[in-house]
Design a protein around this ligand. Sequence first.
Ligand code: B3K
Ligand code: ZN
Length: 877
Amino acid sequence: PKAIRLQDYRPPAHRIDRVDLHVDLGEDVTTVRAVLAIRRNPDRADAGTEALTLDGQRLVLRSVAVDGRTLDAADYTLTPDHLILTDTPDAFTLETVVEIKPQENTALEGLYKSSGNFCTQCEAEGFRKITYFLDRPDVMAVYSTTITGDKARYPVLLSNGNLADSGDLADGRHWARWEDPFPKPCYLFALVAGTLVHGEERFRTASGRDVTLRIYVEPGNEDKIGHAMRSLVKSMRWDEEVYGLEYDLDIFNIVAVGDFNMGAMENKSLNVFNTKYILAKPETATDLDFQNIEAVVAHEYFHNWTGNRVTCRDWFQLSLKEGLTVFRDQEFSADMNSRAVKRIADVQGLRTVQFQEDAGAMAHPVRPDSYVEINNFYTPTVYNKGAEVIRMIHTLLGAENYRKGIDLYFARHDGQAVTCDDFVAAMADASGVDLSQFQLWYRQAGTPELAVTGRHDPATATYRLTIRQTVPPTPGQPTKQPMHIPVVVGLLGPDGADLPLRLEGEAAAAGTSRILHVTAESQTFTFQDVAARPVPSLLRGFSAPVKLTSDLSDADLTFLMAHDSDAFNRWEAGQILGGRILLGLVADQQAGRALVLPDSYVDAVAAVLADADRDPAFAAQALVLPTEAYLGTQMAVIDPDAIHTVREFARKTLATALRADWLAAHRRNVTPGAFSVDAAAIGKRALKNLCLAYLMAAEDAEALGLCLGQYHGATGMTDVIAALQFLSNSPAAEREEAIADFYNRWKAEPLVVDKWFSVQAMSHRADALARVRALLDHPAFEIRNPNKVYALIGGFANGNPVRFHAAGGEGYRFLADQVLRLDPMNPQVASRLMGPFSRLRRYDAARQALMKAELERIVGTTGLSSDVYEIASKSLE
Ligand code: B3K
Ligand code: ZN
């Protein structure tokens, strides 16, 4: 497989203005007739008479006609990936007829079947598996789609846009024609046909247009769509209020399918979702599921403008739509729920998953310069670091100028396929802010590191902050330039209150939080009128996606935990302190020294717990020790055993030392009575379950009793699954009984069974891998269903570091076996399991050798997909 490079981008030699698709659905073959209005691209004068090279894969070509004249095989060239026509007129109509077999499509890309229903997934390059086309996002066309199928099997026939006409045919068949007036790239095409039921809502836009909203699900799930529908309505309103963006058609459909490679897809007016991000009721879905549904429904809806109306010129620009849309959904969720708690959760995700990617073999810039398989670049870097880049632009411009920039972006580019540079240019032009150095965020990979030192001088009443930045080398980028990093800081006086801030050269103090523009390798910022030594609050709100180290003492951090006006930094101070202590203990463990948790740290945790009822959701986050994955990112060589031992030791010590406090807080946060999923109830449940987790770490009979009581008595899935998770990690004999009971209770609910697989895959207990192996043969496990694979195999490989990285290499062998088994069926899913291997350099020599051996076995396999090949080969480099 060959790498595709950004620098080789050329506009297409041809444009396609109109597409008339006729899809005839069959049990044996499905026939696709495409009538395309094609013309030479006037913007490519240099293309001369360049041949028309259409993309097409796994298509059986039945006929080709140009302007109504059927071609002979000698008139065109057919390769496994292309249909090539030479000597075509400047403008003409091309008609092709192809046959496909969606029922055999296990890759779940293109047209495929899920539970007997037809559905599509075209992003990034799935449309070429449906018909011959210029399958690239800068070719935008107006579509008409006629679907024909058996009326009894497929009573519902859907595509993009508005339903133009429909009717019945002989032999029990029927048809429907959909017309989408907005030009779109083919990756936004969608088709759904099947037996589905729907819920419906009406939405009136700000300008008075009535929109019909529908969510389609398989029969039996109609009781689980209310939350998704409410989330959709809220996101439509929010986009009008915050971005001034209204929905643009009379109908908006969502379809939930059980077999889906990713979370969801923003096809124009016909979003297709993984059931995981639609179906919810308190009995089957956790609070986190409810929050994720709200976020993903919003994300896909927001794409209607950021992605669909303005789309990407090429796939290197993926973050143009994804980074921006993630930022939009994060802000939406922050507005709907607790802003601080949302920010904490997002930063935790970024710091574990994206920082790990930035430190591994697959590290790439937010706008990559090359790829072998584009499906491998739907990454935390493109999505989440991309969102941080937009957030920094928002910080640098301020809310008002940011909105002006957004308005200018749409004024300039509505209906176009554009680049990240176009977006930044709109932001810079609308605000007058110079973003030239800032653009390095799109080009340089790796997590920048900031080292901060502070010096107070009582004689001059000044406080000097010196900030040094380095950007570590990443594959293909050995040296880096200094970046433009917005570091938001405040200074806390001795009483814990924010000081007014006056920087050197300023006439008067302004505000208590300031953006320091870090642009050079080393810079010093001097604050005036600082009589007493302050404690700096650095990188407030996590104003840039960097690793920051400082000379703050443990006492300073404890002070910030208690007083910082920035809620994020109150949490962050606790994380830094916890991380420092745990990493110190890791060193002790490695050196064979006894483990002792400092009393001062126990006191700090006790203080947070004592104050927990003021904001239970926040406390539940603040009381979680830094995760094993996060601790790993802070080490030169990751030692999964020591990390696990130390973290469990700390949990157990805190559990025992503060037992009475955990018990009391647990009792205070049990909410009897009617179940509710409002923010307050969610916060209380999170805190209660955190307390129970600590109590269970102490492994005593009373805790076990509480846990079993919760398991059997709870009405909501959040509490049931939390109890099951604690039990599955415990040595108690009741564990097996609960695991068996859970399956029996929930075997009819596939999404709940996924949770059951994950809980067992992530158990710390020594038999985790043996259990995962056995579960592969469980009747409920389906290797062809991505959710099952991610739950069981992914849960083990990503969510169970101590067992996955077992020193004997059996975890690695297991993962490689599963990747090789999956690759012929579904390369995208196989490739997404490879994440842990791409970080092999972060481990000791013995583990590296074991992982390399597995990667060599993978690379040496014939017929490997480009997806898995790219990750395996890059990981070995
Ligand atoms: N754009 C889709 C992802 C498509 C993935 C293709 N492999 C979902 C989203 O980001 O909204
Ligand atoms: Zn997206």
